[in-house]
Design a protein around this ligand. Structure first.
Ligand SMILES: NC(=O)c1ccc[n+]([C@@H]2O[C@H](COP(=O)([O-])OP(=O)(O)OC[C@H]3O[C@@H](n4cnc5c(N)ncnc54)[C@H](O)[C@@H]3O)[C@@H](O)[C@H]2O)c1
Length: 386
């Protein structure tokens, strides 16, 4: 059989008015090695059709529901190689399970699903079927996050002694007024347990904090203590926590959707006994690197010194030309596409190809959400593993 050079993918969710589906499509579009050929983009048939037409998806591959899509695509010789799941949280588990059962690779938005039992089932199913299961923890796709990871792994800030992460936004600040709490907003599903799960703020953004620390350091959580604030809403809008990792290092996490002045303020600070590294999502092309007793340096993506790190060469644009969220997604997809292409061509993906977050990282994220909410309810430290 001829070697495949291009993959075919489908999408569930992500109609033209949705937030993240469009980001996925644009990011995949950075790559000439994948084409959108099928979709169940919305429960609104008109919007689903408009999206399919806009992206040139053939009428017979526009599906009314994901089950029909999985069934029909798995029967086609030219069926999709993977599905990207871009729906609200409550659908991730059933959609992912359905496509895995039909032998189709999955890329799923975070959080992976509602319960750890569901997450464990998805991990096991992907393994049993030998399928790729990627989770789009966006921030692991940034070049300078990867450079920071390499610096930490090479011991350039010495032994990590403390970590601090904040992820602050203010888009739900108006919900603090009870008169506004029933008002519908574009993303109303995020604060409704039926669609969001047991958490809003921790599940939506705190989970990125958990994931990025693990990605940067490889540390595993031992226990955590958390407080949440709901301000009269059903779910958390603000949370503070302390995590202790297996090696004794502790981290302070703060996530909020009611912090006036913060837009998408993810800031990660890793402190070692020989220096520190700070990465700010709103300035993603730069790292603040400080060697103990030295001045703080600003490291730029694309500069020669950054390219001395393997990850520094993943840059798409020259130094000083800002990259951003869509490129971070594109970097994740570049590895996912390479991995799936290699698998369909009977080749073995390398560790570099496999540099994307997978179902096990997704399981960790779901466990983190549950443990944080459990701790907040019980008002005490909880062990991470049961
Ligand atoms: N990785 C990130 O940085 C990031 C950023 C934003 C959102 N997300 C995640 O992405 C997911 C979607 O978030 P969003 O902000 O794009 O939400 P959204 O409300 O903007 O879009 C949801 C989409 O799902 C579609 N949908 C709902 N039910 C469906 C069904 N049964 N079949 C097909 N389509 C259906 C809607 O029509 C819409 O297109 C969430 O899980 C969220 O946590 C991740």
């Amino acid at each position: 059989m001829a070697k495949r050079e291009q993959l075919r993918y489908g999408m569930v969710g992500g109609d033209l008015k949705a937030f993240i589906g469009e980001v996925h499509r644009k990011a995949i579009g950075f790559d000439t090695r994948a084409k959108l050929v099928a979709g169940s983009f919305s429960v609104d048939p008109k919007l689903a059709e408009e999206t399919a037409i806009a992206y040139g998806v053939a009428p017979e591959r526009r599906y009314n529901d994901y089950k029909e899509m999985a069934e029909k695509e798995s029967q086609r010789e030219d069926g999709i190689d993977w599905v990207s799941i871009c729906t609200p949280n409550f659908l991730h588990y059933s959609i992912a399970k359905c496509f895995l059962e039909h032998g189709i690779n999955v890329v799923c938005e975070k959080p992976l699903c509602f319960t750890t039992a569901e997450a464990e089932e998805l991990v096991a199913l992907a393994k049993k079927k030998d399928l790729v299961f990627a989770i789009t923890y966006t921030y692991t796709g940034y070049t300078m996050v990867k450079v920071a990871r390499e610096m930490i792994q090479k011991g350039e800030i010495g032994k990590v002694v403390a970590i601090n992460v904040e992820y602050a936004q203010d888009w739900l600040v108006n919900s603090l007024d009870p008169a506004n709490q029933k008002a519908t907003t574009l993303s109303v599903w995020r604060s409704d347990p039926k669609y969001s799960g047991i958490s809003n703020c921790i599940g939506d953004i705190g989970t990125h904090a958990e994931n990025i620390v693990h990605y940067l350091t490889g540390f595993d959580i031992k226990r955590l203590v958390c407080t949440t604030d709901t301000y009269g809403m059903a779910l958390d809008l603000n949370a503070n926590m302390i995590l202790e990792y297996e090696n004794g290092v502790k981290a302070g996490f703060w996530c909020s959707q009611v912090a006036c002045s913060h837009l998408n303020g993810l800031v990660v600070r890793v402190y070692g006994d020989k220096g520190s590294i700070i990465w700010r999502q709103e300035h993603p092309d730069y790292l603040e690197v400080t060697k103990a007793n030295g001045p703080t340096e600003t490291w730029a993506r694309g500069a020669g010194y950054s390219k001395e790190y393997a990850a520094g060469n993943l840059s798409r644009l020259p130094v000083g030309h800002p990259e951003g969220l869509i490129v971070a997604f594109a970097n994740i997809y570049r590895n996912v596409i390479t991995t799936i292409l290699k698998k369909v061509n009977g080749e073995t993906p390398t560790a570099e190809d496999l540099d994307f977050q997978n179902a096990e990282n997704g399981l960790d994220g779901v466990r983190f959400i549950h443990k944080a909410i459990e701790s907040a309810k019980e008002g005490k430290w909880v062990d991470y593993k049961d």
